[in-house]
Design a protein around this ligand. Structure first.
Ligand code: GLY
Length: 336
């Protein structure tokens, strides 16, 4: 079992990565907890045993379940079964489950402990790590949330055996960004899967430890996501999140090259990494550039102009006010 610490002072915790990590659940449940609320979805099918009295709460499938209504339902059900502040919530599933379970845990009794057992690659290397929790509003994604660090995260790689191939590949799109976040990890694709996941967790843990509440540095974790979020928000394309991130990474590399920040070899390296994971590298033919640029401006990192995380001589940096002509040139290269 690989253990990765997340150093956050009195909110520090460990992430365990490996086959059978769920067996450690009873040992990471807070000592005073008398009962556990296990939050999951019907399709997850990954049984856990917190080693104390527990009840399972299923939320609906899909992004629509990330709502305040789901959080209210959970909190009311927990109140009916007498879940106390000393007890624990366990989130078992992908990012939707850990985001919702984490947020409900953050607000129930003004905060109860939560342990995450992510069952997707995306969950293991991103959503379950770092304490971002939240739900969507009809007006936008993740508009209501809280930073609420888990007590532990158990990344049981056994859960990945049953992931549909496209879901697995989508997770690799998120993983691909980690190749560029840390110069020491350029050969991530050569590592066995559990070590690769642990390496991503370690990179994310370091970033979160340096900027828990996203002053600036944590925003680098959104490498490739400005275009990815715009493609997702535009909503007309049959693309998963990780597939959008893959396209977004190649676009960010082309844009950095247009801006004179990186050379052609580095762009080729982005294309190689994304290609290694068998992910798309081209913009869908039907994109509307003006629409995407409007959506770039609405990105949470955009302050006063279009903002991207771009590679450069000093590694990844937030670059503000990127010019339209540069964006158009990068778009041209993505459709050529
Ligand atoms: N998913 C990006 C972050 O946790 O900051």
């Amino acid at each position: 079992m690989i253990t990765v610490p997340v150093d956050l002072g009195d909110r520090s915790y460990e992430v365990l990565v490996g086959a059978g990590a769920r067996e450690w659940l009873a040992s990471v449940v807070p000592s005073g907890a008398k009962q556990a609320a296990v939050v999951t979805q019907a399709g997850v099918g990954f049984a856990v045993d917190p080693g104390i009295v527990h009840e399972q709460f299923e939320i609906a499938d899909g992004e629509a379940a990330k709502s305040l209504a789901t959080v209210e339902e959970l909190c009311r059900a927990w109140a009916r079964c007498g879940l106390s502040r000393a007890d624990v919530v366990v989130g078992v599933g992908g990012g939707v489950v850990t985001d919702v379970a984490g947020f409900a845990a953050a607000v129930y009794h003004r905060g109860v402990a939560v342990v995450h057992v992510p069952t997707t690659i995306l969950g293991m290397i991103d959503a379950a790590i770092g304490g971002k929790t939240g739900v969507n509003l009809p007006e936008g994604k993740n508009l209501v949330g809280a930073f609420w660090q888990p007590s532990a995260v158990l990344c049981d790689t056994d859960a990945l055996a049953t992931l549909p191939p496209r879901e697995f590949r989508s997770g690799m799109g998120e993983l691909a960004k980690y190749h560029f976040l840390d110069p020491l990890h350029r050969d991530l694709d050569r590592l066995p899967l559990d070590e690769r996941i642990a390496a991503c967790v370690r990179i994310k843990a370091d970033v979160v430890a340096s900027d828990e509440r996203e002053g600036d540095h944590r925003a680098l974790l959104n490498y490739g996501h400005t275009l990815a979020h715009a493609l997702e928000t535009a909503g007309r394309f049959d693309l998963r999140h990780g597939e959008c991130v893959a396209i977004g990474l190649v676009f960010a590399a082309e844009l950095a090259n247009v801006c004179g920040r990186i050379d052609e070899d580095r762009v080729r390296e982005h294309r190689r990494v994304v290609g290694t994971y068998d992910l798309p590298v081209a913009l869908p033919a039907a994109v509307d550039r003006d629409e995407l640029i409007t959506l770039f401006g609405r990105d949470k990192k955009a302050i006063g102009g279009v903002t991207f995380v771009l590679d450069g001589p000093n590694g990844l940096e937030l670059v503000r006010d990127v010019e339209r002509a540069a964006i158009d040139e990068a778009f041209d290269r993505m459709t050529a």
